[in-house]
Design a protein. Structure first.
Length: 472
């Protein structure tokens, strides 16, 4: 029998099947604008003009209404300036922000947990104003030529801007975004030869980059410090051909006895494309002692660790020491239900950014081909096994055989899904916990040891080659 209360995780999965008023209309307005960007706004066709008008109508009655209506009209006539493109990007971002908020409200209803209110800090300054203007000019050129019109000449316009921005820490966030965006575009040139254009993704990157050209928008203020106990729940791994990130989701218990809250801590490292699987941890461990603690199943004691209002710990090993043993599933059962969710920064209010820690147990797991579903007392919930990293022992088969799960609740392709971070299952008649980040601190697993050795050899060869180049 499936229990009615899933212990502080998804208690009302039936709510996820209910329609959210206005959500489809908001997404359709976004899609219409995204389609307009595909062919470019240098000489818009009627269908593109309709997409621009739809975006303006979607924000009618809001503070953005007048500016966006003007921008849509100018863009429909092929006469949009950089400021007009900025207004359109702001409208698109605001619409997706409203979708994010509606989805998060539904998650709060389902989990019974609340989140902190967001605060908007005042911009710290106007560093690099000329470079921000240059970046905005390149993004405006992209909008005019459209994704179908990109070529290497257009895309290469980002290179000098990125090179000039990277030495300035205040501009590095935008520089990194532009660099990655330009690389994706360059790999797809010429645009006319593309069979499939990732319209939503590229419009996301374009809009976000444009808004980050507003002075102060990229500021990430450290608004406080955290002193208390950090109880890890699991690790979410993001891997790219040239970089890897481990994001730790955890419950933080303040030393002053105030309400526990959800926090994140991340470590990022550049990587060669030959380092994959468990070898990734070798690149990440030197940046964060927390990974070793998680591998040992321990908590961390924090003292004056910098933290943002969005719950992101600005990790420094100087402010942390290894704590007592802490079982992630005990944390999920006991501490997670009372933890307050973090606020969301204005520019991060996007459906794709939703990743809410939840705990589920007592469900019935079923596997149909490659799809896994958890059936709870209140209804079914799809499981996103594609997000399980190869850098750990967790597998889709283990998830399908599990009876309890710590995961991240996400919204993807029009539906809620849970991404497993750890599961409790039975192996050889013995209950065991399997974590996606189980190899973060090292492993004796044969597959993990083999991958670590391969990574060690690959990194050693690369370092030797780099040394030879430097000696010449």
């Amino acid at each position: 029998m499936v229990p009615a209360d899933q212990g502080g995780g998804v208690m009302r999965a039936d709510l996820f099947a209910d329609d959210i008023t206005g959500l489809d209309e908001a997404l359709e307005a976004v899609d219409g604008f995204d389609r307009a960007l595909v062919a470019g706004l240098l000489r818009p066709q009627p269908a593109q003009s309709a997409g621009l008008t739809g975006l303006a109508h979607a924000v009618a009655g809001t503070p953005l209404s007048e500016r966006v209506a003007e921008a849509a009209g100018k863009a429909a006539g092929g006469a949009a300036s950089e400021d007009h493109f900025l207004a359109l990007a702001a409208a698109r971002t605001a619409l997706l922000g409203s979708v994010h908020d509606a989805l998060m409200t539904r998650i709060e209803e389902a989990t019974g947990r609340t989140r902190a209110e967001a605060t908007v800090p005042a911009p710290a300054g106007k560093q690099g104003a000329n470079l921000l203007t240059a970046a905005r000019s390149w993004l405006a050129d992209l909008a005019r030529c459209g994704w179908q019109g990109i070529d290497h000449e257009v895309v290469s316009g980002a290179a000098p801007v990125v090179s000039a921005m990277l030495p300035d820490p205040a501009l590095r966030r935008l520089a990194t975004l532009l660099d990655g965006f330009a690389a994706e575009l360059a790999a797809s040139c010429p645009g006319l030869s593309m069979e499939r254009i990732p319209a939503r993704r590229w419009a996301d990157l374009w809009s976000r980059a444009l808004l980050l050209t507003v002075p102060g928008a990229a500021d990430v203020p450290v608004t406080g410090t955290a002193t208390g106990r950090l109880l890890p729940l699991g690790i979410d791994v993001h891997e790219h051909a040239t970089a890897v990130q481990a994001q730790v989701h955890a419950v933080f218990e303040p030393a002053d006895g105030s309400t526990p809250r959800l926090v994140r801590a991340g470590a990022t490292a550049p990587k060669p494309d030959t380092v994959v699987g468990a070898g990734l941890w070798q690149l990440l461990r030197p940046h964060m002692s927390l990974l070793a603690a998680i591998g040992e199943g321990r908590s961390m004691e924090l003292t004056d660790m910098p933290v943002t209002t969005e719950g992101d710990l600005i990790w420094s090993d100087e402010h942390a020491r290894r704590g007592e043993p802490a079982d992630a599933f005990v944390t999920a059962r006991v501490a997670l239900p009372t933890a307050t969710g973090a606020a969301t920064a204005p520019l991060d209010r996007h459906p794709a950014r939703i990743a809410v820690p939840v705990f589920l147990e007592g469900y019935a797991a079923t596997k149909d081909d490659d799809a896994v579903t958890f059936t709870l007392a209140a209804g079914p919930l799809a499981v996103d096994t594609d997000r399980i990293p190869t850098a750990g022992p967790l597998t889709p088969e283990a998830v399908a055989a599990s009876g309890a799960c710590i995961g991240l609740l996400r919204w993807d392709a029009g539906t809620y899904r849970v991404q497993p971070l750890a599961v409790e299952t039975t192996v050889r008649k013995k209950a065991v916990a399997i974590h996606a980040g189980g190899w973060a601190g090292g492993t004796t697993d044969k597959a993990g040891v083999k991958a670590e050795k391969a990574a060690t050899d690959a990194v050693a060869v690369l370092r030797e080659r780099a040394g030879r180049l430097l000696r010449k």
